[in-house]
Design a binder for this molecule. Structure first.
Ligand code: DQA
Length: 144
C-alpha cells in the first residue's frame, strides 16, 4: 500500500482566507488541502494543522515512520524553532518546505529560517499554487 504524503501546517494557518489576504490570499486551508487530495492520484494525502510547536514535532516524527514524504509550512515556527530543525534532521523521508508568501522579501525577523537547512527543497512566494508544486516535488522525491 502507498504511504500517504503528510501535509503539515503550523500556527495561524487555520485562519487562511481571512488572515491578511493581501499577503496570504483568499483560499482557506481546507481549499488548499482539497486541491492536493484531488491531484495526488493514488497517493493519499494526510493533511493536518496545529498551533502547537510540540505537536508539529510529534507529527514529523510520526511521518518519518508512516509517510512517503512531508509537505511542511511551519508558519512562524520556521523562524524560531530549533526543535523543529532537529526533528526534520532526524526525519527519514523527503520534506518539502512551502510558504505562501516570500519570507526573504519581508521583515528581517523572517529572514532567519531553521527549517530550510534541514529539508530537501523550499518553495516560497507563489501563494496557494506553491502547495501544488510542493506536491509534485514530494511525489517525485518519494518515488511514489
Ligand atoms: C508563512 C510565512 C511565515 O513568516 C509566517 O509566520 C506564516 C506564514 C507563509 O506561508 O508565507 O505564518 O509561513
Amino acid at each position: 500500500m502507498v504511504k500517504p504524503i503528510y501535509v503539515l501546517g503550523g500556527p495561524n494557518l487555520n485562519l487562511l482566507g481571512t488572515r491578511e489576504p493581501d499577503i496570504y490570499g483568499r483560499d482557506t486551508l481546507e481549499d488548499i488541502h482539497d486541491r492536493l487530495k484531488a491531484k495526488s492520484g493514488d497517493t493519499p494525502v494526510e493533511a493536518r494543522q496545529t498551533n502547537s510547536e510540540g505537536e508539529l514535532v510529534t507529527w514529523i516524527q510520526e511521518a518519518s515512520r508512516e509517510a512517503s514524504a512531508v509537505i511542511l509550512n511551519a508558519g512562524a515556527y520556521t523562524h524560531t524553532s530549533i526543535a523543529l530543525h532537529d526533528a526534520l534532521r532526524a526525519c527519514q523521508v523527503p520534506v518539502v518546505e512551502v510558504h505562501l508568501s516570500n519570507p526573504a522579501a519581508r521583515e528581517d525577523f523572517r529572514h532567519v529560517n531553521y527549517v530550510a537547512p534541514a529539508v530537501n527543497a523550499s518553495i516560497a512566494g507563489l501563494g496557494a499554487y506553491g502547495y501544488e508544486l510542493a506536491l509534485m516535488a514530494a511525489l517525485k522525491l518519494s518515488g511514489t
